[in-house]
Ligand binder design. Structure first.
Ligand SMILES: Cc1ncc(COP(=O)(O)O)c(C=O)c1O
Length: 181
């Protein structure tokens, strides 16, 4: 729902870590977008030095968007995944996001209740720094509703928009059908 809300669609690139549960990547595939994978750092989270090297060497910024040179595709979003109760360096990531016009959707499923340790985000909960944060409440999670999850965002209009998607599953799954068939 977040990816759809932020306008990520067929052929767009979304940056993801290799070390995550497949649900993170499935969300990208359901939009018929293309995941580009990066290794993890010493915190087992998205390696931002690799992300920065990719953006600065393999992409160019033109007209307020970032384009991958080899494919001409637009790099639209990044999904940092905060694993094992630890977290990505959101200071570094938000700087990259601003410079390269990326939406940041934090997958904070595995860090529920955790807080950031670096200024200016010290003490803020994981999931609350990016444009949106997502938490799975699947059966094996820190808290569970059996299934389902939670999206958090400071953008009230975004939340209202995504609530509508949630009420109308036919909209939510249209990309899914396209990517499977
Ligand atoms: C990082 C992460 N994201 C997402 C999920 C699951 O998401 P969903 O509830 O959509 O299956 C998990 C585990 O199940 C996970 O570990």
């Amino acid at each position: 729902m977040c990816l759809r809300h932020f306008g990520i669609g067929a052929g767009d690139i979304v940056l993801v870590p290799t070390l995550t549960f497949i649900a993170t990547v499935n969300a990208v595939m359901y939009q018929s977008a293309e995941p580009v994978f990066f290794d993890c750092d010493e915190h087992m989270c998205l390696n931002l030095d690799q992300v920065e090297a990719y953006l600065s060497h393999e992409c160019r910024v033109e007209g307020g968007r970032t384009v991958e040179k080899s494919s001409g595709r637009t790099v639209k979003a990044v999904i940092p995944v905060h694993v094992f109760g630890d977290h990505c360096d959101m200071v570094h990531l938000m700087r990259l996001a601003e410079e390269y016009h990326l939406f940041v959707i934090e997958d904070a499923t595995e860090s529920l209740g955790g807080t950031f340790s670096r200024s200016p985000y010290t003490g803020r909960h994981t999931g609350t720094v990016g444009h949106a944060g997502v938490f799975s409440f699947n059966g094996n999670k820190i808290i569970t509703t059996g299934g389902g999850g939670m999206i958090v965002s400071a953008d009230e209009a975004a939340i209202a928009h995504m609530r509508d998607y949630q009420k109308h599953p036919f909209i939510r799954y249209s990309g899914f059908k396209k990517s499977i068939l």
